[in-house]
Ligand binder design. Structure first.
Ligand SMILES: Cc1cc2nc3c(=O)[nH]c(=O)nc-3n(C[C@H](O)[C@H](O)[C@H](O)COP(=O)(O)O)c2cc1C
Length: 158
């Protein structure tokens, strides 16, 4: 999967077929970078469905994601139950990108935990998953993440 860099590709051109991208955003400082990533996907012609976690919304609020994408934001599987949102979003996604992926999200994904909209959507989707881990160096090099990383690699390469 190649996302064109804006310096390589004019904003109006498209180098791949339009994708429906579920953009998971974890609760870290780098959440603000996902707003830029949203713009890059959108300018490249892709449709972004933002899925910030509750912690991510502490960093960048729902209005930012909703205004950038035109999509409503929810963190709960109990919103929009008429559409069974996590299943429909997971099934419709061409690509799932989680950026930033917190240590918490990666551990959840590695172990199949599903306690919010993003993690249930990941389980419900058969689309490729791209993880962009972001955390302090000490958090990253603590032993438990080793098994987590390996599990996540198999998820991210499915
Ligand atoms: C200021 C601040 C910065 C944080 N940055 C990170 C980070 O970069 N990576 C990370 O894994 N957790 C970070 N955390 C901790 C997460 O916010 C916390 O583990 C949270 O429960 C993650 O929830 P989520 O995985 O559902 O988004 C940070 C917390 C705070 C208060």
């Amino acid at each position: 999967m190649t996302v064109p860099h804006p310096s390589d590709t004019p904003a109006t051109s498209q180098s791949t077929a339009p994708l429906r991208v579920v953009l998971g955003v974890g609760g870290g400082i780098a959440a603000y970078k996902a707003a830029l990533l949203t713009r890059l996907f959108t300018e490249a012609g892709h449709h972004v469905v933002p899925m910030p976690t509750a912690a991510a919304l502490e960093f960048v609020g729902a209005p930012t994601w909703e205004a950038l994408t035109g999509e409503p934001v929810s963190t709960s599987v109990f919103d929009r139950v008429d559409t069974v949102n996590h299943v429909s979003q997971g099934q419709q996604a061409d690509l799932v990108v989680i950026a930033p992926a917190t240590a918490d999200l990666m551990a959840k994904i590695a172990h199949g935990l599903a306690d919010d909209l993003l993690t249930t959507t990941v389980l419900a989707s058969r689309a490729p998953v791209v993880l962009a881990p972001a955390m302090h160096t000490e958090m990253c090099s603590t032993p438990p993440p080793d098994a987590t990383w390996r599990c996540c690699v198999s998820t991210a390469t499915r």
